[in-house]
Write a protein that binds this ligand. Structure first.
Ligand SMILES: [Fe+2]
Ligand SMILES: [Fe+2]
Length: 203
């Protein structure tokens, strides 16, 4: 199976595709999208660092996520490069309603490994949705440099998605993880359905 096919299958786990109007609105507001995107990369790096600190005793988690931090920070640098070369302002962060809504679904309490699974699945979902959006941007916007850039990021975030899912299945009962993953997918589809389509948000 080609990489494209396998990623397509992985992305199909998302239960609701992005509204096709989003990519056109995003293209018209690419400056805002780039700023929001830079913060998404910063949050992705920060989130991995938090997991490494909190679960420092889980060797495979630490060893898997350490290079992911470097990759996310490289993405941040590359988005900043696009912002600078276009003479855009690196504005303050926007409220991330998508992530706020997802956070509300994180189950409180439970065992440490249950908590870990919640964080890992939430991160996996954000990667999957980002991957889907990067694919739309890479396919539909006119700017050839950005097309290539978003394609590369789509590949990278697909890899992170797999990292998070596999870690969840390693550190907790696989069947339980799969069942919880289905709940997360259904919830995320509801979140996406109810979020306003905006040209200044990646999600
Ligand atoms: Fe990234
Ligand atoms: Fe990522």
């Amino acid at each position: 199976m080609s990489w494209e096919e396998s990623t397509k299958q992985k992305m199909l786990h998302l239960q609701l595709p992005t509204d096709p109007r989003w990519v056109n609105i995003a293209e018209m507001n690419i400056g805002d999208i780039l700023v929001d995107h830079a913060y998404c990369e910063q949050k992705a790096a920060s989130s991995c660092i938090s997991l490494i600190v909190k679960f420092h005793d889980l060797q495979e988690l630490v060893d898997t996520l350490t290079p992911v931090v470097a990759e996310e920070w490289n993405h941040f640098e590359r988005v900043m490069e696009q912002i600078r070369k276009r003479g855009l302002e690196f504005d303050k962060p926007r409220k991330d309603e998508y992530v706020v809504k997802l956070s509300e679904f994180v189950k409180k309490g439970g065992s440490r490994s249950q908590q870990l699974v919640e964080y890992l699945l939430m991160n996996a979902l954000i990667e999957a949705r980002s991957c889907e959006r990067f694919k739309l941007l890479s396919k539909h916007i006119q700017d050839e440099e950005l097309q290539k850039f978003y394609y590369e990021l789509m590949v990278s975030e697909a890899g992170h998605y797999v990292n998070f899912i596999e870690l969840a299945r390693k550190y907790h009962d696989k069947e339980k993880v799969n069942a919880r993953w289905q709940e997360w997918l259904a919830y995320e589809a509801e979140v996406i359905k109810n979020l306003e389509i905006r040209g200044d948000r990646m999600h």
